[in-house]
Ligand binder design. Structure first.
Ligand SMILES: *Cc1c(COP(=O)(O)O)cnc(C)c1O
Ligand code: SF4
Length: 345
């Protein structure tokens, strides 16, 4: 597997991310830093939402309580580069590189370190595992960013998966439309569309990331028949307000991206300063349902430590008293709903 070259990313930039004063060299020896010129160009001032997501912060080194791999992905890996947590789907870690290293990354322990893509032998082993497990119907390419691989490498992986008849759908998780939109080319799209049904989940966190360029990247993918979803991470100081979240989620629909998940921050070492309370998350979710298009409302999920899986949490809007339900509407009114008892058929 090979990465795209050259990677048109300059380390940091935008006047060194607005004349940094933080001890970023100390941070970057532990957790690599990279920002594309494009993503840096979205910064309008120090401390804005873009800056916070990509600027190294001394607090990354002060987080001694959270663990590097709280989701126990290593233990759930039957062969290198593959995570098999749920019965019918697996995650394939094909790349260790991203165009921008997000400071809150849940795979902070891996991305950028070592930096090598999945090797041919490793891919062969992983495909072997998938082909001998007929219960696997859904394969998710992740990393790092899978679209950092060149088109030929991606095509090799996708055709390997398509040769396995029990693999029904393929998904790619990528933040490239957001951080490096020029990577989404007509050539890439015409290659990807040969491997349908193919889904892409992208990763927008803030309305400032929705631009002509990222919108155009999403358009190209959508025009290739690829349904686009979005995962957002709830980030303190970046998108932890109802107003910002409403704007982000509704604007995503206008670029043909359907919000899928809103992630509570994982307990990953080096990211604690981005974490909000679940109460804040629930309050935001309560500000969505009914207030904005239902299409724009994602599932708010906590990925439980220890590899127990994702749990969707919803605001507590149902009070059950026997067959009488008290339901809270989006305006806060409590309405009684009379349920029935199912009779045998
Ligand atoms: C999130 C995740 C999946 C996919 O979960 P969906 O709810 O189907 O999107 C699969 N495997 C692992 C290890 C995951 O973390
Ligand atoms: S693009 Fe994804 S994998 Fe890469 S650093 Fe950001 S969050 Fe992590």
């Amino acid at each position: 597997m090979r990465y795209i070259t050259p990677i048109t990313t300059t380390t940091y930039n935008k006047e060194y991310l607005l004349n940094t004063k933080s001890n970023d060299s100390l941070v970057s020896t532990r957790y690599p830093v990279r920002v594309t010129d494009y993503y840096a160009s979205l910064i309008t001032r120090k401390d804005d939402a873009i800056w916070k997501q990509c600027m190294p912060d001394a607090r990354e080194l002060e987080d001694h309580f959270q663990c590097p791999d709280p989701l126990d992905e290593k233990a759930l890996s039957p062969v290198p580069g593959l995570i098999h947590r749920y019965p019918d789907r697996v995650v394939l870690l094909v790349s260790n590189r991203c165009p921008v290293y997000c400071r809150f990354c849940m795979r902070k322990r891996l991305v950028g370190s070592g930096d090598a893509p999945m090797g041919d032998d490793e891919l062969c082993n992983a495909l072997g595992y998938i082909s001998t497990h007929p219960e696997i119907h859904d394969v998710i390419l992740s990393g790092g960013d899978p679209l950092m691989l060149d088109d030929a490498s991606l095509s090799q992986i996708l055709s390997g998966l398509r040769a396995i008849s029990h693999v029904k759908i393929i998904r790619i998780g990528t933040r490239i439309p957001v951080t490096f939109p020029e990577r989404i080319t007509a050539d890439l799209c015409s290659m990807l569309r040969k491997y349908h049904p193919l889904y892409i989940n992208t990763h927008f966190n803030h309305p400032d990331e929705i631009t002509a360029a990222s919108g155009n990247a999403c358009s190209l993918l959508a025009d290739a028949g690829i349904p686009l979803g979005n995962q957002t991470v709830l980030l303190k100081g970046v998108n932890d307000s109802i107003e910002t979240m409403r704007q982000l989620l509704t604007e995503l629909l206008t670029i043909r991206v359907k919000p899928y998940y809103l992630h509570q921050m994982d307990l990953v070492q080096g990211t604690a300063h981005f974490r909000t309370s679940v109460r804040t998350g629930l309050n935001i979710v309560r500000g969505l349902r009914g207030h904005i298009s239902g299409l724009a409302v994602p599932h708010y999920v906590i990925d439980l430590p220890g590899g127990k899986g994702k749990v969707a949490i919803i605001p507590d809007d149902v009070i059950v008293q026997g067959t009488t339900l008290q339901l809270r509407t989006y305006t806060g009114e409590l309405v009684t709903y009379q349920d029935i008892i199912d009779s045998p058929e």
